[in-house]
Design a protein around this ligand. Structure first.
Ligand code: NAD
Ligand code: GLY
Length: 374
């Protein structure tokens, strides 16, 4: 359960497919009509089973499609969706269901937050990333030319329905991208997740360890529910979930869809951790632990040479997490334990320069020692 002043909602984790969706939706709405929004890829795989389950539970279903892919996470797509919802004559009590990954969930969530000044939202995540992160917590939005997620709203769902069996069709590269957020959760707040990934990560990635995958989803949802319940609007502890995202979002903005969100977060975690070690805020051993786990999971370790630091600095300057000339960043003390500190925003370019992972561990060790003895 995510418990918030504005209401409490469940994150239901079902070991099967979407057969149980209709009955779960019945429990949270009195409406007899729902709008199902998905993209062509997910729609081809799952809209028939979602529709059938909703119809069986007594719902009339209106279906709307949004385009697939991060490049379509735009104000234009949001605008088209809002108009399609109005064409469908929805009322303020008609639930809008987002069926898909984080891109679909963020766009549909923002449309639900804004059309008619807000209609009920149900998240049905079908990627690992959306299950462990984006579907829970109420952040919705789209990108702007200036950067990632710069137009959006907090809009909590009525229900998050996770059907684990939908992961069976998810390509391995997308599972890996989702695992980046699971690695993040392990590092900032749950050493059991970390130990699980160290012991069983490759089998979780290739789909042979389904139990391990289910544990990752469940423990990540628990962690997110706990953090969001404590700090819905990110005035404190929720910033821990941004570990890897200050640098990651800059890389993602500059790469314009050529790297997945999770891949950028993995690069961001490496750089931010190295920076924290260089500032003597985190122990140096964490760098090897992070590098080893990410390498075993097959993450990219560097950005293409064509990417200029100046471009990354410019993208990071639009980070909405900035508070005047400062930024709140997570600092990991040990695996599974972290805290937030406020630093001068001029540190961000320094974090970005740690993307140069060729920068050897020795240099970090020296920097940490020098800084400790200052
Ligand atoms: P995505 O939504 O683009 O999904 C990846 C691909 O997998 C897409 O082509 C999608 O159609 C396809 N797909 C989805 N489910 C599938 C399935 N079961 N089988 C086969 N294919 C399937 O990417 P993502 O990684 O899920 O989400 C990334 C986005 O999430 C980014 O825009 C990021 O900013 C956002 N995000 C938001 C939050 C938040 O709190 N709102 C948190 C983290 C990330
Ligand atoms: N993905 C970070 C958050 O939800 O706060």
């Amino acid at each position: 359960m995510v418990e918030l002043p504005g209401g409490t909602y469940p994150v239901v984790i079902d070991g099967g497919g979407l057969e149980g969706l209709g009955q779960a939706v019945v429990r949270v709405t009195a409406s007899r009509r729902v709008v199902l929004v998905t993209n062509p890829v997910v729609g081809a795989l799952y809209s028939a089973s979602a529709r059938a389950s909703l119809a069986q539970a007594g719902f009339t279903v209106v279906e709307i499609e949004v385009p697939d892919g991060e490049v379509h996470k735009t104000v234009e797509t949001w605008s088209r969706l809002v108009h399609a919802l109005l064409d469908a004559k929805i009322s303020r009590s008609t639930p809008v269901i987002a069926l898909g990954g984080g891109v679909t969930g963020d766009i549909v969530g923002f449309a639900a937050a804004t059309v008619l000044r807000g209609v009920p939202l149900i998240q049905v995540p079908t990627t690992l990333l959306a299950m462990v992160d984006s579907a829970v917590g109420g952040k919705t939005g789209v990108n702007a030319a200036h950067g990632k997620n710069l137009v959006g709203a907090f809009h909590q769902p009525l229900l998050v329905f996770v059907a684990l069996a939908t992961l069976r069709t998810l390509p391995l590269v997308e599972v890996r991208a989702g695992l980046a957020e699971v690695v993040k959760h392990g590092m900032i707040g749950d050493s059991t997740i970390w130990d699980l990934l160290e012991a069983r990560g490759p089998a979780i990635l290739d789909g042979t360890d389904r139990e391990g995958l289910a544990i990752c989803v469940a423990r990540s949802a628990l962690l997110k529910a706990r953090v969001v319940s404590e700090d819905e609007r990110e005035t404190g502890i929720r910033s821990l979930l941004n570990f890897g995202h200050t640098v990651g979002h800059a890389v993602e903005a500059v790469m314009r869809g050529q790297l997945r969100h999770g891949e950028c977060v993995a690069l961001g975690m490496r750089a931010e951790l190295r920076h924290a070690v260089a500032c003597a805020r985190s122990p140096v051993e964490l760098v090897a632990a992070m590098d080893d786990l990410l390498a075993r999971l097959g993450f990219p370790v560097s950005v293409p040479r064509s990417v200029k630091y100046s471009h990354l600095d410019a993208a990071a300057a639009h980070d909405k997490k900035r508070i005047h000339a400062t930024i709140r960043v997570p600092v990991v003390d040990r695996i599974g334990s972290s805290r937030c500190i406020v630093v001068d925003a001029r540190e961000v370019p320094e974090m970005i320069r740690h993307l140069d992972v060729a920068a050897p561990l020795e240099r970090l060790k020296n920097a940490a020692t020098t800084s400790e003895t200052k």
